[in-house]
Design a protein around this ligand. Sequence first.
Ligand code: 6R9
Length: 649
Amino acid sequence: MSDKTYPPSDAFAKNAHIDAAAYDKMYAASIKDPDAFWSEHAQNLDWIEPFTKVKNASFEMGNVDIRWFEDGVLNVAANCIDRHLKTRGDQTAIIWEPDDLETPALHITYNELHEKVCRMANVLLSQGIMRGDRVVIYLPMIPEAAYAMLACARIGAVHSIVFAGFSPDALANRINNSGAKVVITADEAPRGGRKTALKSNTDAALLHCDDKVRCLVVKHTGGQTTWIDGRDIDVKAQMEHASPDCPARPMNAEDPLFILYTSGSTGQPKGVVHSSAGYLLYAGLTHRYVFDYHDGDVFWCTADVGWVTGHSYIIYGPLANGATTLMFEGVPTYPDASRFWQVCEKHKVNQFYTAPTAIRALMGQGKEFVEKCDLSDLKVLGTVGEPINPEAWNWYNDVVGKGTRPIVDTWWQTETGGHLMTPLPGATPTKPGSCTTPFFGIEPVILDPQTGEEQTETEASGVLCIKSSWPGQMRTVYGDHERFEKTYFSDYKGYYFTGDGCRRDADGYYWITGRVDDVINVSGHRMGTAEVESALVAHADVAEAAVVGYPHDIKGQGIYAYVTLMNGVEPTDELRKDLEKWVRTEIGPIAKPDLIQWAPGLPKTRSGKIMRRILRKIAENDHATLGDTSTLADPSVVDDLIENRMNRK
Ligand code: 6R9
C-alpha cells in the first residue's frame, strides 16, 4: 500500500464547505456533545412538529434500541421536494440519461417531480396502500423509480427496492418477507442494449406470493407482456387520471422509511430498516460535505437505486439538499467504454461517484476513452463499495481527475445509511487506498478479534466497530429484532460490529482490509457465501457445496465454488454450465460462480465443520501456506483439491 499523501489544493479548500480547521473543530464538537451537534444540523430539515429529544440509543445486547429525534414529526418527501418549490421549482431535480443514445435525456424540474410523485402517491392510495404498508419496487433506473420511492415516503408507506438483476425467486422471497401489498415493476429493463423481462420475472415471482398482491406496471419499452386483469395495473395510465396533489403525511421521525435486503454471513438476506428523520439528515449532510456539493452543481452517482448507495446518493441525500442529481439507466461500456465520460461531458457533471470495479474495468480499456471527452466541469471524484487498490486510485486521479480533483474514498454499509469514514475534499489529505478519517459524530474503534479489547495505540489492526450511534444507523432487521442484536451487537459487547477488518496507521488513517465474516464482495455487490451454497445444494445433482471468494482483477473478488456431486453423477462441462445457470435463476446473474471445482470431498473437522480457511487458500492459489491440517477428519481430500484447483496462475 502506498503512503504518499495528496493534500487538497489551497484553492479548493478556500471554497469548500469544510476546510481542515473546520473539520477538526466540528469533529471534536460532534463527539463531545452529539446532542448539540445533531440538533443544530437537524434544523436543516423541515419539521412539522419540532423534536425535543435528540439521541436516545443503547447498544446493550438484549436491549438494543436506537432512536433519534423521537418526538419530531416530518415528511421525507416534503423535505426532498415541497420545501424547494418556492426557491427552485424550475430547477432540474433529476437528469435522466437513458441506456441508448437515441432516446433523449430528460430534465425533470422540482415542480414536475412534485406533480409526478403526487400522482403516483394517489395511485398507491387508490390501491388501498396505507401508512406503514410495504411496497416492493422492482424497476430499471428510470424516473418512475424515484417517483415510486418518494410517493411511498409521501404517504408513509415503506418501500423495499429489489435490484432489477435479481431473479424471480429472490423477488418472491423479498415480497413475502416484507409482506408487501404491491409490487411496482416495468415491462422491460434495457441495459447495455439488452433487455431484461422484468414483468415476466414478476409474474414468475407472484406465483409464490399471496393472490392479493397487486402489480403496478410501468410501460417503459412497450415490450409485450402478459396481463392479468384485476391484478396488473398500468401505472402511467393511472397517473394521468390521478390528482396532481397529494398531501404529505406527517410521519414520526422514527417511522421506517424503507427496508433494503442485504447479505450477511448466515441465512437469508436481512431486511435492513432505516428511519425517516435520522436517515434523511445523515444522507443529506454527508452528501453536502463529502462531495462538497454547492447550489447549481450537477451530481452523479452511478450506482443502481437497488443498492443503498442509490438510495442515499441518487435520491435522498441530493434531493434533501435541493441538488440536481443524475440518474443513468445504462452501463459504463455501452455503446463503448467512453460512456461515463461522455455523460459527464454532456451534462457538465461536477461530482462523480462510482465503484472501484468500474474504474478497474475502464482502466483496462485504455485512457483514450477518457481523454477524448471534456471533463473540465469535474470537481470531486468519489468511490465506494470495496477497498480501492492504489493502481486504480492513481488512474482515477491522473487520467480522470488530471491530478487536480480530490478523491473521496467513502467507507460505509447498507446498515450505516451514509458514509462513516471518508475524506472531506477540502479538508483531508488523501492516501490511495485509505478511507482516511471518520465523518462527524462517528467513533470508530479497532478491537482485538479474540479478546475484544479496544486497541488504543494509534497504529493498530483488528476488527472495526463503532462505539456510539449516529442518526443514519439502521434501526432493526425487519421482523426480527433479535437477529439485529445478534448480528451486530453480540460478538463485541457494547459496540456496533461492522464485519470489516481494519488497520489504523501512524497518522490515524483507517485502511479497510475486507470482510472478516463469510460475506464476499463481487464488483461491489455484497453476497453471503451461504446464499450461493444453498442455491447450489438445491440442485438435484449436488450433494454438498462450499463457496469462498478469491482475488479477481476486475471484480475485486470472484466466486469460487467447491461442489460435491451426488453419487453416480458425472462431472461434465455441461453440468458446470447448468449449475452456473441454476445459480443465476435462483439468485440472479451477480451470484453466478466464476469457478466451479468438482470436489470428491470437502475438508472438514471431526465435528463436521467445513474448514473454509483451507478452501480460501486453495482458491487464492496460495496452498503452500495452508497451515495446520491435522484437525481434519480426512487430510487426504486436501491433496485432491490442490491437484485439481481451478485458479492456477
Ligand atoms: C455502501 C456499500 C458494505 C461493505 C463494507 C465493506 C465494503 C464499502 C468501502 C468498502 C473498503 C470502501 N466497502 N465501501 N471497503 N473501502 N470505501 O457498499 O454498502 O453493499 O452494504 O457493502 O462493502 O466491506 O462492509 P454494502
